[in-house]
Design a protein around this ligand. Structure first.
Ligand SMILES: Nc1nc2c(ncn2[C@@H]2O[C@H](COP(=O)(O)OP(=O)(O)OP(=O)(O)O)[C@@H](O)[C@H]2O)c(=O)[nH]1
Ligand SMILES: [Mg+2]
Length: 193
């Protein structure tokens, strides 16, 4: 996919702050610090469009980006980080659920998991929730640059078993090296037509 333009649209904590529901959307979800914002930047070939941070829990709003003047990428706040204040954590569920349930043109949710880790309870819950609502999910295993090629495939097989998904449905990705960028775009593109 050629990305000729990408720009920030809005940062929202409530529905009234969302941009109009008039363009197809792809949302990105996953644990705090897993690399959601970095993945979006890599897909869009932009170093700093989305703020990234080594401090988990950085993205606490729902951030909308306009791509190629034709669709939205939506960076969701991360879940499962204990050090985020309890009042913020409590808001996460309802805020994200309201987004996921309410967006008519949301086409797919990219669920991002660290390739070195076992999927968390929240990852599994999110995937089953998406399944229940018939929302297509794409699982991406990121930070692949941290593992050798052999280890990457071992981990992909293991995670696939845990999620009860075929291993070839998972995309191995690295925001650092760019591995998996084109394959991931190929999986996203059909949702944009
Ligand atoms: N080695 C490596 N590091 C990565 C990769 N992707 C992200 N990181 C690092 O992981 C940390 C978190 O990245 P972010 O993209 O901010 O993660 P996030 O999921 O958006 O985090 P929150 O918004 O806080 O939930 C940063 O220090 C990144 O540099 C990757 O593919 N490889
Ligand atoms: Mg982020």
């Amino acid at each position: 996919m050629k990305t000729s333009s990408a720009s920030f649209v809005a940062s929202a904590v409530r529905v009234s702050q969302y941009p109009p529901d008039m363009l197809f959307e792809i949302a990105f979800a996953g644990r705090s610090n897993v690399g959601k914002s970095s993945l979006i930047n890599r897909l869009l070939n932009r170093k700093k469009l989305v703020k990234t941070s080594s401090t988990p829990g950085r993205t606490q709003c729902i951030n909308f980006f306009l791509v190629n003047d034709s669709f939205h990428f939506v960076d969701l706040p991360g879940y499962g980080y204990a050090k985020v204040p309890a009042n913020v954590q409590k808001k996460w569920g309802p805020m994200v659920e309201q987004y996921l349930k309410g967006r008519r043109l949301l086409k797919s949710v990219i669920v991002i998991i660290d390739i070195r880790r076992t999927p968390s309870k929240e990852d599994v819950q999110l995937l089953s929730w998406l399944h229940q609502y018939d929302m297509p999910a794409l699982v991406v295993l990121t930070k692949s640059d941290k593992l050798s090629k052999t280890k990457q495939h071992q981990q992909a097989n293991k995670i696939a078993r845990e999620l009860a998904l075929p291993a070839d449905q998972l995309t191995i990705f690295s925001a650092r090296s760019g591995q998996g960028k084109e394959p991931l775009w190929k999986r996203i593109e059909p949702f944009l037509h």
